[in-house]
Design a protein around this ligand. Sequence first.
Ligand code: XLS
Ligand code: NI
Ligand code: NI
Length: 437
Amino acid sequence: MTAFFPDIPKIQYGGPRSRNPLEFKHYNPDEVVGDKTMKEHLRFSVVYWHTFTNPLSDPFGAGTALRPWDDGTNSVANAQTRARVAFEFIEKLGAPFYAFHDRDVAPEGRNLKESHANLDAVAKVLKEEQERTGIKLLWGTANLFSNPRYMHGAATSPNFDVFAFAAAQVKKAMEVTHDLGGEGYTFWGGREGYMTLLNTDMKRELDHLGRFLQMAVDYKKQIGFQGTFYIEPKPKEPTKHQYDSDAAACLNFLRTYDLLPHFKLNLETNHATLAGHEMMHEMEVAIGAGALGSIDANTGDYLLGWDTDQFPTNIYLTAQCMLGLLQMGGFTTGGVNFDAKVRRESFEPVDLFHAHIGGMDAFARGLKIAHAIRQDGRFAEFIKDRYSSWDGELGRRVEAGGASFADLEAYILPKGDAAKNPSGRQEMLENLFNDYI
Ligand code: XLS
Ligand code: NI
Ligand code: NI
């Protein structure tokens, strides 16, 4: 298994004192944290698109990525080789999962039939490699945004044929995901939105998107796919406004179209910040609705206002993410999926290892910190105490829905005014959080 990265060994845990950049300092897969091993908690996943097919171009310049195994063609044979490369990489890294779009793994053909056949030809290799290595598919998805046919959207296109094409593409991608034992299937509405309202019937587009997903749910049942369906919120890029703009908007959409029982959310850090939220906010919203499924782990750059999809290295951020995940009881089918890419200047194959090792270590530290915070219990206690005035008879009755305005007036009138407010203690809590970092 050393055909494509001959100089890189299997990445081992070297411990915090290791000076070897190709070792984990914190991610120790079999180490138990609380009730599970790190490997079970974190369920790391490598994405095909950024790691194996992204040429590292930007709007100002061509791709820089050095990928010696790639013959530069769009052939199925090249895609099959790339699949072997991907598995050698993931195996050496020791990540248990991967994720892909149909068009990352196999080239689009001259027509849909040829595209289906290309996908089957590469999926055969993916299956072989999954069996050889034990690496599993976290989720599959269909790319409904790169091809020019999707310029006006896919499920929200004003062109009915495009809607039909997208449906056929998703149908096939679901079949392949199912066949590969995928634990989930993701819908990211890459161009499901608008560039201008002057040409857009928003209500009609949303109804179409609702129908599209209802048909996906029907097809899931029909083929017996047991994996989780995810919606991935993102407010903009490539369009100016995307309908799945944030967790709250997605939940509202899912409820409106009776889809909530069938979907969970796949939250991405950089999308949260593009929406003007912290990742922690998005996680709280999803957890509150019992709808947090998986996360696309990355980070943006505060000085660059777009989706830079960088590898997460900020321990404060990963600790917050892991607090949310532990709070909800951990992943079921989801995982920490590195939807992240190396910088254009980091163009050598070994940079792919450095990037993932750093992300995995940052999350391992986040896990340990979050676990320690929960063990200690001071945050939970503070929050419980902050709401303790609700624990009286009338407060309980209001929460249960058994009280009226008149009851509240009768309660407060004799008091004359509300009881004094306690301090929010934000700074004290921020200091406490830092004690764990
Ligand atoms: C793009 C999205 C995309 C989804 C999968 O911004 O993050 O990569 O995760 O289609
Ligand atoms: Ni993503
Ligand atoms: Ni993204």
